[in-house]
Ligand binder design. Sequence first.
Ligand code: FRU
Length: 518
Amino acid sequence: MSKYIFLSICLLAFLSCKENKESNTESNNSLEEKHRPAYHFTPEANWMNDPNGLVYFEGEYHLFYQYYPDSTVWGPMHWGHAVSKDLVHWEHLPIALYPDSLGYIFSGSAVIDWNNSSGLGVGNEPPMIAMFTYHQMEMEKAGKLDYQYQGLAFSNDKGRTWTKYDGNPVIPNSKPIKDFRDTKVFWNEKANNWLMVLAAQDRVQFWNSPDLIHWEFLSDFGENIGAHGGVWECPDIFPLKIEGTEKEKWVLLLSINPGGPNKGSATQYFVGDFDGKTFQLDTEFKDEVEMYDGLWLDYGRDNYAGVTWSDIPKEDGRKLFIGWMSNWDYAQAVPTEKWRSAMTLPRSLHLVQYENSYRLISKPVREASLLFEKENEAEKNQTAFEIGPEGTAFFEISFKKPSSGKTELIFENTKGENLRFGYDSETDKYYVDRSSSGANDFSENFSKPIIYGPRWSKSDSIELELFLDKASLEVFADGGKTVLTNIFFPSEPFQVLKFKSNNGEIESLEIKMRQTKR
Ligand code: FRU
């Protein structure tokens, strides 16, 4: 190729790239982007699913994620990458991990190898280590069973560039097991070694290692325990103090698809003890798991594959979580054109005593308050509330628990579309009805049936925190004891919030609203 032709091609490529960039910015404000959240993390373009490699290092929260840069549907998986200094404002970074001859890069985790146990660090800086699942498509297509195995990559520049370990895979699939994936690794202080949990079809497996490279199988957990309506995926395990005590229990998070309490994908949890080798489910909790067919981190339909951040400084001490705000039932069909999916708001997880058992509660991270203006209190007896043109706000709402009937919050637009969140005193359940919330014909699995979540609180007052962000509503009820996260696609933003009770007045209704900062 002559130098001239080569230069012309470069110039044309540059111009078309520039044009794309500019049109991206333009279309950000156009109708095409009407469902783009104002304050939830979304990829700039194309397909995203699970959060991966959540790790904190030197003032940055890292968020890697399952990413396919060439389409708005799932495809050969990469790890996309973003960082934040405050968990709520994110900076997009270049793709961190690309597929290679060993396969696509499926879900996994990242840790800081503080003592350079892996020997992969340089100088005094500890390396950042990512452990992920390789998925070899050709092997799967050829009908083999061992097409998933575990790989490692490391970074010596704060996650900006990555090198795959040349001895990959570090855990081959020797059994073989068809679904063998989603490694979550952490330093187990008590056992003084690295611990890994991964999903193996209908159970999880525990492995340990002195150096993140050589792994030994320890035990498994979960066969015939909990919900099994689908394959187990994306586990996580960590100790948590029971609030108000010095006692600690271990919490195991486990995503399952399908088989959630409201169909499709969802995340269940187990509470028990872990002795460094085996996980023992707490007896009372086990009874409840059987009684309720699983206990769920979030009863909404759109919080999946969520896991927690590693290496949060001790002074902070929180267990921080983020989930993928979608559901495999319809994720690839939702009506967004340039990108698909958002993450939930980051949350902190807490364990509380509940009768003889426990509940895992989720609270929005306190940093979420950075997103909103000063609060705006409603006048007494006001039953319609202007949200503003963007359909984004944070609400704190409380009312006396009604003794009968249904009490509803109705988010409306001028097109006659609405999203209803309610409390049903007959069943003592919260619910979300998105059957009239806008576009819903893109998937049969989307709008029906009504989404229910049990009310675990015994208090006389219903306390709600709600985050509305154009196309999603996250409800934290009763201090996070019941959580419902759901997405929807109105043709214009919900600009008014109304209250309705089929049983007279709503007693002691208090409403505070905070508009999103621009
Ligand atoms: C969960 C999941 C994981 C897998 C990844 C592939 O949503 O199915 O089990 O690693 O997505 O993208």
